[in-house]
Every structure is written in C-alpha cells, then in structure tokens.
Design a binder for this molecule. Structure first.
Ligand code: 13P
Length: 263
C-alpha cells in the first residue's frame, strides 16, 4: 500500500506523431502525488524516454525476454530495457498468455529476469469468465501467484514487484469488474501474500480491466487497491489525466482520514 500507482498500457498502439501529441498533453498535467508510468511498444522506447526525461512519469515496456543475451531472434532483454530508461515492465499480460502461449512458468522466468536487472515487473494475473463462473477465481489467482516462486514473492513484499489483477473478461470489453468483485480478488491476493511474506501490506496490487474516468475513483478507493493498469483509456490524454487525478484525490482523502484518526 502507500501512494497510488497508475500505469498506462498502450498495447500495440501509437506512432511517432501521436506519441508526441499524447505525451505533450500529459506532461505537467499529472498529479505529483501519484506515481505514474506508461508502458509503450519497444520501437518507441527511445522516443518516449527522451520525451519523459525531466518529468516524473516513469517508462515501461510490455514484455521482456526470460534470457539474458544471445541467439534469441526477436527477443528483447531486461538489460536492454534498462538502457532505454525503463523502470517497469509488464509481464504475463493475459493477451500474452492467451495469444502467445506464455505459461505460468515462462511468466515466472520473465519476472525473475526483470528483477535481476533492477526492473520492476508488473505481473498480471486474473481469471477468465469461464473460471469465474465455475467459482475458481481464488484457485486461479493462487496458482498464478504460486508459480512466481519465492524470490518474486519476496520482491512483491518489499515493493520491487507489482501485482496487477486483470480479470480477462473485463479487458477491452468496456465491462469493468464491479468494485466488490475487485476488492474480493485484491483481498485474496493480499491475504495469500500475507501468509508467505513478512509485510504484505507493502506489496503494490493494482486492478486493470476497462478502467475509465467514471469508474476510477470507486476502484481506487477500495481498501486493498494501490492503483490501476489502464489500457484503452491511457491513449486519451484527457481520460488518463482524469484517472490519475482520481487516484490523487483518493490518496489525499485517505491520508486525511489517517491523520484524523491519529488525532
Ligand atoms: P483496458 O483498460 O483497455 O480494458 O485494458 C486493460 C489492460 O489490459 C491493461 O493492461
């Protein structure tokens, strides 16, 4: 927990001109008290890194190789991402798991490779609609978490690895999970972590799936929410700014609540 983190996942969108327009409309408009980042396609890392220099907006990629270097055509290593100024990398997004066959164990190896280079992996987990309908949400989340292995879980406990709960059925569908469904899942993730690492309250756990400016505040205000992973809405400067502002407003009101309760 702590301050909110809001990350835009551009997916396979953007272009040199549209990136420049989007970022110039974001820079200086995002609240200072929210940690923000954009995860962009590989070819734009150099451009976006330079556009974000001297800003507090972090840079991330959307995938990373599990290998360090060598004959792996088409792969991009964690060290290369670091050279381009990345702080984050999304790992195990459901689109990669489903469309590109990434297994739980491949996701774990990618998260380890990212951690070994000092990148913060944002590891995505979440159930399909069929799994939810079959009452298997907890089982799926626990399986995906357990697959990450002990070092990654320790890293989650001290804030070096971020978990993003992204129910597959809520991604790109315009149908966000309901706040109570999100809270149940976030609480399940945190309690599972608490049974394995010393300080699970320090772990950052995000929600992603059709977060829009109208739904953001309610989702960020959930007791176990540390922020969001934003797809489609991160491609609109106005919408992404509103979502980040909602995160800032929620943190400020909860800080006030803590101050009040401490007298
Ligand atoms: P949408 O916000 O477009 O549903 O995408 C969510 C997502 O997949 C973020 O990683």
């Amino acid at each position: 927990m702590g301050g909110k983190l809001v990350v835009g996942n551009w997916k396979m969108n953007g272009g040199l001109v549209s990136n420049q327009n989007l970022l110039s409309a974001l820079v200086d408009r995002l609240p200072e008290d929210v940690e923000t980042a954009v995860c962009v396609p590989y070819p734009f890392l150099a451009q976006v890194s330079s556009l974000l220099s001297n800003t507090s907006i972090g840079l991330g990629a959307q995938n990373v190789s599990e290998y360090v270097e060598g004959a792996y055509t088409g792969e991009v290593s964690a060290a290369m991402l670091c050279e381009f100024g990345c702080r984050y990398v999304i790992v195990g997004h459901s689109e990669r798991r489903t469309l590109f066959g990434e297994s739980d164990s491949a996701v774990a190896r990618k998260a380890s490779a990212a951690l070994a280079s000092g990148l913060k992996p944002i590891v995505c987990i979440g159930e399909t609609l069929a799994e939810r309908d079959a009452g298997r949400v907890r089982e799926v989340l626990e399986r995906q978490l357990a697959a990450l292995g002990e070092d990654a879980l320790l890293a989650a406990g001290n804030g070096r690895l971020v978990i993003a709960y992204e129910p597959v059925w809520a991604i790109g569908t315009g149908r966000s999970a309901l706040p109570e469904q999100v809270q149940d899942a976030l609480a399940c993730i945190r309690s599972w972590l608490a049974s394995r690492v010393a300080d699970a309250r320090k772990a950052k756990v995000l929600y992603g799936g059709s977060v829009k400016q109208d739904s953001a505040a309610a989702l960020f205000a959930l007791p176990d929410s540390d922020g969001g992973l934003i797809g489609g809405a991160s491609l609109s400067a106005a919408e992404f700014v509103s979502i980040c502002e909602a995160a800032g407003a929620v943190s400020r009101s909860s800080d006030l609540g803590v101050k009040r309760s401490n007298g």
